[in-house]
Design a protein. Structure first.
Length: 179
């Protein structure tokens, strides 16, 4: 995860998803960012003895590439609130540029605007659903060949994401968030 540590980014659903992963699945969650929810998120991790979760403070954009490059996927579990709906989620573009498949909620503009293609370069799950996030993570990391294929498709697809596709996708996302 890369982003602000605030309610609308949905980390309060991602952490229980990670907590409830099967022990056989060795997944580490790296949370990059800062925000008003950091203390409560840290407290949840400590109370639940989640040794597979690590926090890194804000990282400047030009340095994020190194984190995306070593990641197997990016998770953007954003949620709709009374004052916010994720218009796009540029971190998805950034991660995909490094071949990272994405798990995103249906509250994310890039997921609903066509950049994230279900089962090809990512998995789209319902917002506010820790169990769906958990299942998506299990699905992605239980099959190494599937993960490798998604990484390859991600690299190919993002390289063809030109200005025309960007405008079309962003238009779709704006229509979605304006509903």
């Amino acid at each position: 995860f890369v982003g602000r540590l605030v309610e609308e980014k949905g980390l309060q659903y991602l952490l229980p998803a990670i907590k409830n992963l099967p022990d056989t699945l060795q997944v580490k969650l790296l949370i990059v960012g800062r925000g008003e929810k950091k203390e409560s998120l840290l407290e949840y991790v400590q109370q639940n003895k989640m040794e597979n979760v690590q926090f890194i403070d804000y990282v400047p954009n030009e340095e994020l590439i190194q984190y995306y490059a070593v990641a197997d996927c990016l998770v953007l579990p954003s949620i709709t609130t009374s004052t916010f709906k994720e218009p796009w989620g540029i971190v998805i573009n950034e991660a995909m540029n490094q071949g990272c498949p994405v798990i995103a909620t249906n509250a994310v503009g890039a997921a609903m605007g066509g950049l994230v293609q279900q089962g090809k370069n990512g998995i789209i799950v319902p917002e506010r659903n820790a169990e769906a996030l958990r299942n998506a993570i299990v699905n992605l990391f239980s099959d190494e060949r599937k993960l490798a294929a998604m990484k390859e498709f991600t690299r190919q697809e993002i390289s063809s994401w030109d200005e025309k596709k960007s405008v079309q996708g962003f238009s779709e996302a704006l229509r979605y968030v304006s509903k």
